[in-house]
Design a binder for this molecule. Structure first.
Ligand code: HEC
Length: 234
């Protein structure tokens, strides 16, 4: 080996060591919106689009399964963390699948989310379908049909289900996160009309849903339209 190549290897090794040692324990990767080519197939359940929002919203509140608190050594803020925390998450035998098992446990002391009502059956069924389809780290593009229909955006058929899926896990109950409750129409209307609801979705950093993927452009446009039309209970 020539002297030059030894020098290059030495420099690269030092650079590598320097970079790999420079980690800040408080560092939190900020999920950036990513453009995905795959169109959403209505028969498929996608991890990033459908499953992760449920986990983030219901399981990662402070004190629970987020990167800082790691309750019971379980972190549910990403696919890799889920796989590391619950190695049997792909098992289609529901009694052996910890993820499903804790959601349907008949003992309220053991059932997740702790001290909260059980997840709606529709959400548990969605998780089961995702597992039946292989429990992959999948993602689809909800925008790429090109036609985002904002003509009739209603509270009952759009805003409420969206909040239920993406926000309520943290903004529900007697002690909602950030002191913001979103569990009634009136509460959502208040934060819609004072600008905080939309503002929280488009914030440059620390947007809502906290720790999760930003809502896609189409959903943002729909929320904005509903607010601009008066945030009605329709
Ligand atoms: C994983 C928990 C979590 C989820 C999910 C979540 N939030 Fe929050 N939210 C918080 C916390 C915690 C705060 C307090 C501020 C902070 O710590 O960033 C907050 C604050 C807010 C605020 C107040 C911001 C302000 O300016 O005062 C609004 C509005 C809000 N959230 C709306 C939403 C909406 C809408 C969703 C769903 C799209 C959502 N949140 C999902 C945890 C969450």
């Amino acid at each position: 080996m020539s002297f030059t190549s030894i020098k290059i290897i030495a420099v690269l090794t030092i650079a590598f060591l320097w970079i790999s040692c420079k980690h800040d324990p408080a560092f939190q990767p900020t999920p950036e919106p990513v453009v995905v080519d795959t169109l959403c197939d209505p028969n498929e359940v996608y991890f990033q689009n459908d499953v992760l929002p449920i986990l983030i919203s219901n399981c990662t509140q402070s004190g629970c399964h987020n990167e800082q608190d790691q309750a019971e050594d379980i972190v549910l803020t990403s696919y890799d963390q889920l796989a590391a925390s619950m190695p049997d998450f792909q098992d289609k035998n529901w009694n052996k699948n910890e993820l499903i098992e804790v959601l349907v446990d008949s003992d309220p002391e053991d059932r997740m989310p702790l001290d909260a009502p059980p997840l709606p059956t529709a959400q548990i069924d969605l998780l089961k379908r995702w597992i039946e389809q292989g429990a992959k780290n999948s993602e689809c593009n909800e925008n790429s049909t090109g036609n985002c229909d904002t003509t009739s955006v209603k509270f009952s058929t759009f805003v409420q289900p969206l909040i239920q899926q993406r926000c309520l896990g943290c903004h529900n109950g007697n002690n909602p996160q950030g002191g913001v409750s979103l569990n009634t129409y009136a509460a959502v209307q208040t934060s819609a009309l004072n600008g905080k609801l939309y503002g929280s979705l488009i914030a440059a950093s620390n947007w809502m849903p906290k720790g999760g993927q930003r809502l896609n452009d189409c959903n943002l446009a729909k929320v904005k339209k509903w607010i601009n039309d008066g945030a009605k209970n329709d």
